[in-house]
Design a binder for this molecule. Structure first.
Ligand code: CP3
Length: 341
């Protein structure tokens, strides 16, 4: 059986797992850095279909990954809703102060038109360059994770501004989540209309809350998005990646309607095999830190994943995005271990 990701997501196992890496296009690649310099600005890359297509293709040409993930960012959603986003070199994303009166779905699709255009270009470029079996993955950030950036105005370590808002103004917070649910569902449906064959929802900050907030703003919000996407496109698989969901991981897996579960690097392999992969295909979970470090530990960990998860369908991936200083030779080493006989 071929190691096509769509087969894996249909629960068909392969002798060698399909593989792609979260954030596989990016600064660890010299060809990315060159194009980034030419484009000048990160969001210009995201909103210029030819650039987004080229960057998406780079890791495919170099490594032959089994999936191409659309090159974009989770923060294009606030930008499209009217909260301007800037990516400041060496600092990360900076968002204008949130103004609820101006947030609107009205310009969503016109703002995202270049992203949809990029998806069409990527599919035709993949086919043209002989990557017909390479699956094209679309994605979005989940509402809770995107809301952390919208409220904090940047990345955060302690989420205090965010939590003051979440627990101090619950009605406004709920309205924001509802707006993001609607925007994200419409955005993913349009990505699929343009040619995305799988979509992934990144809930990178699932570890930031528990209790009722997790139920409402993580499980319920993702569930609503997936239900809406499935109404329009019942056969498109959805991968959920709830990073560091801890105690709530199984609830997330059972209640959101995902087809496959992205596993972060903290989850022990026997737990993944016995408690998660027994329920649905999983994706993960090599620590990007081990990939960065390389050496014997990398070989050992890759072999451990291959051995532990081999009996049921899974997609080999990292347990979070690749680090920007990762040596290319380490990526090549992982791929040769996966592909060796
Ligand atoms: O996987 C891919 O190759 C597709 C592209 C992709 C990017 N961001 C490109 C990017 C994807 C799927 C994302 C998701 C994303 N973006 C997440 C969720 C996944 C995760 O890592 O938790 C989050 C939280 C963001 C928000 C974001 N984007 C931050 C906090 C930053 C700055 C930190 C950093 O890594 O630089 C970004 C910038 C970003 N997004 C870059 C890339 C390639 C680097 C931009 C540059 O060239 O300077």
């Amino acid at each position: 059986m071929t190691k096509n990701i769509l087969n894996t997501l249909k629960k068909i196992n392969a002798d060698k797992p399909p593989v792609w890496f979260m954030r596989q296009a990016g600064r660890y690649l010299p060809e990315y850095r060159a194009l980034r310099q030419k484009a000048g600005d990160f969001l210009t890359m995201c909103y210029t279909p030819e650039y987004a297509c080229e960057v998406t293709m780079q890791p495919i040409r170099r490594f032959g990954f089994d999936a191409a993930i659309l090159f974009c960012d989770i923060l294009v959603i606030p930008d499209a809703l009217g909260q301007t986003v800037n990516f400041v070199p060496n600092k990360g994303p900076v968002l204008d102060p949130i103004d609820f009166k101006t947030l609107s779905l009205e310009n969503l699709h016109s703002h995202m038109a270049p992203v949809y255009e990029a998806i069409k270009l990527i599919r035709s470029q993949l086919d043209k360059e002989g990557f017909k079996d390479t699956t094209l993955i679309g994605f979005a950030g989940s509402p809770f994770t995107v809301a952390t950036y919208m409220i904090e105005g940047s990345g955060t370590k302690d989420f205090m501004k965010f939590k003051k808002f979440l627990y101090g103004q619950p009605e406004e917070f709920e309205a924001l989540i509802n707006l993001l649910v609607e925007a994200t569902a419409q955005y993913l449906i349009a990505q699929i209309d343009a040619g995305a064959e799988v979509v992934q929802l990144f809930e990178s900050w699932a570890g930031a809350v528990g209790g009722e907030a997790f139920e409402k703003y993580i499980i319920e919000a993702n569930r609503k998005i997936i239900a809406t996407v499935k109404t329009a496109h019942p056969d498109i698989p959805v991968i959920g990646f709830p990073k560091a969901a801890g105690y709530y991981l199984k609830d997330y897996m059972h209640k959101t309607g995902i087809d496959a579960l992205g596993c972060d690097f903290t989850l022990p392999l026997p737990f993944i095999r016995d408690e998660l992969q027994s329920v649905m295909p999983v994706q993960g979970n090599l620590d990007p830190g081990i990939l960065y470090a390389g050496g014997e530990m990398l070989d050992r960990q890759v072999r451990e994943i291959l051995f532990t998860l081999k009996d049921k369908p899974y997609i080999f991936n990292l347990g979070h995005g690749i680090h920007k200083e990762t040596p290319i030779a380490h990526v090549e080493r992982v791929l040769s271990l996966i592909r060796e006989d």
